[in-house]
Structures are given as structure tokens and as C-alpha cells.
Design a protein around this ligand. Sequence first.
Ligand code: FES
Ligand SMILES: [Fe+2]
Length: 417
Amino acid sequence: MLSQAENELLTRVEGNAPMGQMFRRYWLPMVLSEEIEPDGAPAAIRVLGQELVAFRDTQGRVGVLNAGCPHRLSSLVLGRNEECGIRCVYHGWKFDVDGNCMDMPTEPDDRGFKDRLKAVAYPTREAGGMVWAYLGPRELEPPFPAFPWTAYPSNQVGVAKSGYRSNYLQAIEGAIDSAHSWYLHSGSSRDWDKRFEVSSDASPRLEAEDTPYGFRYAAIRVPNVDPETTKYARVTIFNVPSSSTIPPPLDPNLPAHTSIFVPMDDENTMLFDVYHSQNGTPVDPLALRRRLKVEPGVDLDEDGFFRGGRKNRWNQDRAAMKTGSYTGIAGFQNQDTAAVDSMGAISDRTQEHLGQSDVAIIRMRRRMAEAVKMFQAGRTPPGLDGSTDYSSIRSAQGVIPKDMPWQRILDLATTSR
Ligand code: FES
Ligand SMILES: [Fe+2]
């Protein structure tokens, strides 16, 4: 449970809200690389309450600019993408990926206005099948968070992108909530049978510890075999401000999974769900999206949100619930979205009742509150000072001796690939 003021501090991201300003200090995914082709249609992005445009120029370079044309703010999302720049359709002013004005056909060219004017353009990177941008002050640009999978061959990473009609914080809470998968996703995970073979304990004991980049926690269960001498630990990583890496599937041929939540505004969130190979097995993004039922244009609408929603109860099938489906909701991600969006656009955390299984959620809120207070005090928020080695960040699971610290599983995982 949080006070109303704490809830506001943690959830509000638009305008000058401190949390939104803190998010700007981190590199954030904007669009999938595949969504923008050279000289193709620009992509409209809404992030932290701001409208941006992403485009790929004739030479393949990527630009992320404020959507409003610097002339009179007509949207560059409508722009013509041609000859190494984006041209506003209103009066034809044209900008390159760095925001330089290339052409200003409605102005006499002897005034130097073209050379002085710049569109607001942000630093970009492409990694893990995504275009990332840094939206904060230039002089504070941090190192790029080089998660291990950002260095994998492109056929070993697949991203499923889908939107939540709710605030980012409650979406993250779903990603670090080990207890829910036993219920909400029962029968939906390909790893489910294997996991159940290891342990049928539905009430894990949670242990969390802070790290410089956020925190990590273990969900510790009683294993089915050797319960006297061993324990089954699943370790999840949380990176401030909004990504989590859950334990990889026990089957090494199935990809591991990192979720990055990007607040679009106070009441909408875009999830970039990154599936990365554990052992070099290729990840087929289309097959992945079909299996997860997050296929653009099929399961998702033109804005990347599920076609279901509150008005049709997220396509819940009551008849299926009588014949084996636990939720009656098809698709792993749609189950999460239904549970999270049904809380309301911004969950009223003054009304909740947290239990033992919510240890990680409590820790995440505390770390985020600490982070935003560090930011407000002029200190560097977690994970940005260059001391965090993102390439070593992994999660893990396994059965280990009862007296072994669960952190040891991570040491073993770090050397496994
Ligand atoms: S508003 Fe874009 S050129 Fe005039
Ligand atoms: Fe889930």
C-alpha cells in the first residue's frame, strides 16, 4: 500500500513530473528496427507524454525527432521521407536525421535562417532489433546499456511489442511477480510442464537484495525431489527504470526473455518484450508473435494494442474456463494485459493489501522511489554512472543445495554462454 502522494510520484511521467524527467536520463527503446525502412513511412512514437517521429533515411541512418515541425508544428509523421531527410508536407521544409535543416523552399535563401534552424533530434542507437533514443540533457548522456543480447547475431533475438492501456508501474509489477505465473499463465507456458515437474509449490518464499542497477530477487520453492536438502530458486533481475529479466526456460532451446516497459504517457505503456536465444538457437520473430498472440494487424490494432479490452473483457471465453482454460483468455501477453489493465489506468495503491508474495513489488517501488529522489537531489540515478556492466546481467533458475546462497546460480549462469 502506498499513500496517494507516493503513488503520484511513482506513476506520473508527463510534463515536468520528476519520474518522467528521470526516465529521460536512460536510453529507451522507441520502435522496432523493422518498423522503419529506408525512405519508408515514418513511425509515430508517443513517449513520456511527448510526440516523436522516427524515420530511416536513404542511407539507412535513423532519426528520432520531435514530431512537430519547427516551422509551425505540423506533424513530421506525415512527412515525405526522401533523399536523406524528412520533408514536412505543409510547406516543404526538410530535415536530416540530426535535425539539420536541408531545405526551406518557402523562404528567401539569403537570410541564413535555414542554417540557424534545427529540429530537435535525439541521439539514437540500434541494438537488439530496436531503435533506442536518449531524450535527456546532452551533457548527461550515459553509456548505452549493452545487455548481453544486444551483441547477439540478429537472428538470435526477437522482439514482441504490445501496448498496455495503463500506467507503466503496474505493468512492471506484473513482470516481477513470480507468484502470478502459477495462476494467470497456468497451462500457457511451453516451459510450464517442466517447471511443474521441478516443483509444485505455489507459494514461493521471496528474498530480494539491492544492486547498483536496481535489485534482484529469488523466488524459492520446495522442490518435488529432495525437498529436505535442496531448494528451487528462480532469480529475476530488475533494472531501474523499467526492465526486468525473468529466469530463462529450463529447456535451453527456448529463448530467455527481457521485458522493457516504456511509458507512453501516464495511462499508456509500450512493452518491448525481447526474446533472446540461450544457446544459439535462432529466434523467429513471426513465429514468436503468433505463439504469444501479439501479431501486429491480427491480435493487435494499428497502434499496437490488443483488440480486446475492457469493453469485451479482453475476449475472455467463459465456456473455455469450464473445459480446461484457467483464465479463458488466450495468449500469454494478453493475460498479463488483462490483469494489469483491469486495475484501471493508474492503480489506486492506497486500496491494496500486499502479502508475502509481493516482496519484489515492494522492493521495486522502494528502489524507484529512491531513484527518483536521487534524481531530484541532483545525484546520478541507478545504473547510469558507467560502473554497471550491463553485459553481465543475467537471470537464472535451478535446484541448488539448501544452504547455498541463491546468488550462486547467477555466477553459474554468467559463465554458461
Ligand atoms: S509546418 Fe512544417 S514546413 Fe511549415
Ligand atoms: Fe505474466
